[in-house]
Design a protein around this ligand. Structure first.
Ligand code: PA5
Length: 450
């Protein structure tokens, strides 16, 4: 199970920190908070109550084995979770391993942006005869996803490869153009449950199919997630670290700490910070509260990577504005062991490194940075993965989904919508000449000198 060390967020060890009493005071209505986030039970927890999604995805395993490459086409909540599972749960060089070393599982690529350099570089290197594309869009009409689908489709059509064999669509049960095309052309589909929003959907077919294609233990993900659901819904501040973490972030937010940095000291865990960034930003960054009052609330999530960003960001974290809460992600067992050899043992500036494990060095750097921040009065906390496996990643995902829901309740906002991105989406359609968006284009075109 994940371990949490909150000591550098509290007065006992951080002079300017919170007192535990303050936290208890804020958390005294925890049963109401937890009741509120769980009634009705949110979709991201409901899906864990049985294996139906896992079993449905699993039926596609044999079909997936026909393919060397699995390409995710999607963006935001329809891509970030896939990337996080991919880089945390398989070796970083997975796509470069031979098919035998990959145990005949697929290489994974993600087409999220519509950057022609990025899209060409991925599609240009793939043998499309052995490639399957999972087009993921809950709304079934997001511009980036649809254009990348059309590009991939154009290439397959040119080669005479059947869409029904090389595509699968993961989308809403009824709405959207993907559903229509799938019905017409007998393309396989998987359904994103109605009550699960994009950024909460990694444990639905959205994240699970690409995970299965690359041999990740999807049942293990659910095992960890179910453990997390039990652990992080406990109505007791002392035994529910997700509740404590949400309360810490909320309390600091109230004191003007408007930035939340997530800093894994593990390259494999780095993309979890990317996934977290979307979850925390889109869910909590809101103009209106539940009563329609203007509140402009939220906390800006930032990702950083230890030890690299010690040489880039940590000066600012230590001595810049006191507006950040830092979350370190520590890994105990890296799987790979690498020992610094005994070379230049006579050079004092190097000899202390002789015989040292790189993991030990990295974790000493984490500890040093955490203590240095605390001594500068900067609140920070550490979440420890004993090792990286499906169980702990599943637990981490649910922990942050629950924390986000708790923070949303404390802030009295709706964490499940994203009205602030709608206007930008509509204007993109308008500027690209989509029918039905003429009025909005005319209204805003006058202002395009902006
Ligand atoms: O969390 C969300 O709802 C969004 O970030 C969406 O995931 C993103 O906009 C992509 O939307 P869709 O899946 O409808 O293409």
């Amino acid at each position: 199970m994940l371990k949490y060390d909150f000591s550098f967020a509290f007065k006992e060890t951080l002079e300017s920190g919170l007192s535990f009493d303050e936290l208890l005071e804020m958390g005294k209505n925890t049963s109401t908070i937890l009741e509120r986030i769980n009634s009705p039970e949110p979709g991201f927890l409901r899906i864990l109550s049985n294996d139906s999604i896992l079993d449905e995805v699993k039926t596609l395993e044999d079909w997936l084995e026909n393919f060397e490459n699995f390409v995710v086409i999607g963006i935001g909540g329809s891509a970030l979770g896939n990337q996080a599972l991919h880089s945390s749960l398989n070796p970083l060089n997975w796509n470069n391993l031979s098919r035998e070393k990959r145990m005949k599982k697929a290489r994974i690529f993600v087409l999220d942006n519509v950057d022609p350099d990025m899209v060409s570089s991925i599609l240009g290197e793939l043998d499309l005869k052995t490639t399957v594309f999972n087009v993921i869009s809950k709304s079934g009409m997001t511009a980036e996803c649809m254009s990348n689908y059309l590009i991939a489709r154009g290439l397959l059509d040119k080669l005479g490869l059947p869409a029904s064999e090389h595509f699968i669509f993961t989308t809403d049960s009824e709405k959207g153009v993907l559903r229509e095309i799938a019905d017409r052309e007998k393309i396989r589909t998987l359904t994103i449950p109605d009550d699960v929003g994009g950024r909460f959907s990694v444990l639905t077919p959205v994240g699970l199919l690409s995970a299965l294609a690359e041999g990740i233990d999807i049942y293990g993900l659910y095992e960890g997630a179910r453990f997390g659901r039990e652990r992080y819904l406990r109505d007791n501040v002392k035994s529910n670290p997700a509740l404590v973490n949400a309360l810490i972030h909320y309390a600091y937010m109230k004191k003007g700490y408007n930035i939340s940095v997530m800093m894994p000291y593990s390259n494999r865990l780095y993309t979890l910070a990317d996934w977290y960034r979307q979850l925390w930003a889109e869910s909590l960054g809101k103009k209106f509260d539940l009563n329609g009052r203007i509140v402009h609330t939220g906390q800006t999530p930032i990702k950083a990577l230890g030890a690299i960003d010690q040489h880039s960001q940590v000066q600012l974290y230590n001595e810049g504005p006191k507006d950040k809460v830092i979350t370190f992600i520590k890994l105990e067992d890296f799987g790979n062991q690498l020992t610094v050899p005994f070379i230049h043992s006579d050079v004092e500036a190097l000899s202390y490194l002789n015989g040292v494990e790189l993991a030990e060095l990295l974790n000493a750097e984490l500890r040093g940075t955490s203590i240095a921040l605390a001594s500068n009065g900067i609140p920070n906390l550490t979440i420890t993965f004993p090792q990286i496996d499906a169980f702990h990643v599943g637990e981490f995902i649910v922990s942050y989904e629950i924390q986000t829901a708790i923070a949303g309740t404390l802030l009295r906002i709706n964490p499940y919508d994203q009205p602030g991105v709608e206007l930008g989406k509509k204007l993109t359609y308008a500027f690209m000449g989509r029918r039905g968006y003429e009025e909005i284009r005319d209204r805003y075109e006058e202002k395009t000198s902006w």
